[in-house]
Design a binder for this molecule. Structure first.
Ligand SMILES: [Zn+2]
Length: 224
């Protein structure tokens, strides 16, 4: 997931990962009841977070909501021989894949981050820390399920999503529809609102030299 942030920052060591939204005047009304997975993943990081999460799990955050919320996600993974290349939950034949704590699905990771970002929540690396053995080899669909659940819990649905994959090889076009269809399934969204693009990196830098893969995603969430 390549997150540069961790719970070592004061806001995350001393508070429930969601609690700082109470100071955000634009966060929607949300009676948040963190799921078991969130509590467990936070607890694995620090016991203080577990305590904070559980004690505030019934807190009601009341603030002005927005009719639309925009989120952006970015992710990059190193490509190494001997690993499967999984993009959008689809196993793509290639001579290398992503070395990562989970299944290294760069597309699903950045979609999750875009949704979390739109909701004003902590990023994927904070909610599912790669230091937690629980997530070792985990299919990234579990992260998607949690992001979608949080989106609905906050009272939003997907307006539309636009994602761009960046990789030199292999060609994405033969797999594009399978990836998009799986993305729609995981999001519970109509294909007309889920767009996927792919481009090379003109053979320059690690992306262009088949040493890494990256993805960008923008989502628009709409108040239900
Ligand atoms: Zn990732």
């Amino acid at each position: 997931m390549a997150s540069s942030l961790s719970f070592s920052t004061p806001i995350h060591t001393k508070q429930n990962p969601f609690s700082y939204h109470s100071s955000n005047p634009f966060f929607p009304q949300l009676t948040h009841k963190p799921s078991r997975s969130l509590i467990v993943s936070c607890a694995a990081t620090t016991s203080s977070i577990e305590a904070a999460t559980q004690t505030s799990s019934t807190t009601t955050i009341s603030s002005k909501s927005l009719p639309f919320r925009v989120g952006h996600g970015f992710d990059l993974h190193r490509l190494e021989p001997g690993y499967p290349l999984i993009i959008g939950g689809i196993n793509i034949p290639h001579d290398r894949g992503c070395e990562a704590h989970s299944d290294g699905d760069v597309l699903l990771h950045c979609v999750v981050d875009a949704i979390l970002g739109a909701l004003g929540l902590p990023d994927i690396g904070q909610i599912f820390p790669d230091t937690d053995p629980k997530w070792k080899g985990a299919p990234s669909s579990v992260f998607m399920e949690e992001a979608v659940r949080l989106m609905h819990e906050a009272g939003y649905e997907l307006g539309n999503l636009d994602a761009t994959l960046i990789l030199q090889r292999p060609k994405v076009s033969p797999h594009k529809e399978a990836i998009r269809a799986n993305l729609c399934k995981l999001l519970g969204a109509d294909p007309s609102v889920v767009n996927l693009k792919a481009k090379t990196h003109e053979k320059v830098d690690s992306l262009g030299e088949n040493r890494s893969i990256a993805a960008h995603t923008v989502v628009l969430l709409m108040k239900k």
